[in-house]
Design a binder for this molecule. Structure first.
Ligand SMILES: CC(C)(COP(=O)(O)OP(=O)(O)OC[C@H]1O[C@@H](n2cnc3c(N)ncnc32)[C@H](O)[C@@H]1OP(=O)(O)O)[C@@H](O)C(=O)NCCC(=O)NCCS
Length: 186
């Protein structure tokens, strides 16, 4: 009997994208297959829209965390401030390219995005998707989102504990790497 081939482990890194890397984010969004594009943007999204969206995300100060492999961004998590909301609230969104979905990358991106959100002082996160997006609903549940149904969309709310020290969460992420000599400080 033929054995099922196991999917190889993702070998890239999850890290925040630098401002100069907005084109890598744009190219990632443009590589999303039609179904993933629809799921991500709750409807059709043209190439022109995605180009503008990627540029706007960076120029308006969104935090974008990427899964980066061989100089390409193959997955992303976005944190967009909702300045009109009180307490400090951000809208979050996720995208993983088809070939890499269902291997835990969405969860890794989510975890890192929460660390950035806490370090920035957000206490509420909001994620919206269409009601049939089972993958996003599972991902949101995994991070204890309260899911509700609003105007034909599924909306997830996540309450964050304020960070006790502003950089506590990010230190937890980066210090082990520093200790292992993977990063150097100047
Ligand atoms: C949603 C998305 C980011 C999830 O990324 P991923 O890397 O596949 O997620 P993970 O592998 O970490 O899986 C997270 C959870 O979703 C579940 N899941 C993943 N794909 C699934 C699918 N197609 N159907 C049902 N559940 C699925 C996993 O089993 C896991 O659940 P668990 O924690 O209960 O085991 C990815 O499917 C995607 O990019 N979709 C297109 C864009 C999109 O829908 N974005 C969300 C709107 S903002």
């Amino acid at each position: 009997m033929a054995r099922m081939a196991r999917k190889p482990e993702p070998r890239g890194v999850v890290r925040r994208l630098r401002p100069s890397e907005f084109t890598l984010f744009r190219d990632h969004l443009m590589r999303l297959d039609a179904g993933s594009r629809r799921d991500r943007f709750n409807g059709a999204a043209s190439d022109a829209f995605l180009k503008d969206y990627a540029a706007r995300s960076f120029s308006q100060g969104a935090t974008v965390v990427g899964y980066v492999e061989n100089g390409h961004v193959l997955g992303a998590a976005e944190l967009h401030e909702r300045p009109e909301s009180d307490p400090p609230t951000a809208e979050i969104a996720f995208s993983v390219e088809k070939a890499l979905q269902h291997r835990g990358l969405g969860s890794q991106l989510f975890q890192r995005l929460i660390a950035h959100a806490r370090a920035l002082g957000y206490t509420q996160l909001r994620v919206t998707t269409h009601p049939h997006n089972d993958a996003m609903r599972a991902l949101a549940r995994r991070f204890n989102a309260r899911l509700s149904f609003e105007k034909g969309e599924t909306v997830g709310h996540i309450d964050l504990e304020p960070a006790s020290q502003s950089d506590a969460e990010l230190s937890a992420v980066y210090l082990p790497a520093l200790a292992a000599g993977a990063l150097s400080m100047q």
